[in-house]
Design a protein around this ligand. Sequence first.
Ligand SMILES: [Zn+2]
Length: 86
Amino acid sequence: MAADCTHPVGFIPPGPVESKDWNQKLADFIAVVDDFNVRGQRDQINHPGFVTEFNFCPYCRHPIDRTGLLTYTQAFDHYHAAKAKG
Ligand SMILES: [Zn+2]
């Protein structure tokens, strides 16, 4: 395995994301998806793509510890709970 591998923990468009950035980038991406779901009904905007959560590093196959990393569903729930509060 490469000694300098950063072990990305998942893919959030447009690229792989490291553990330290995951929860923030996931939250940001969910805001983009929510915007697409609202505006995409009437405006021509591209589908934002899909999140993939890795269980193994795609580069070196190191097992990924997802402790403390939100799932898409959890982040989605947080986003809508925050939005409902205003
Ligand atoms: Zn790795």
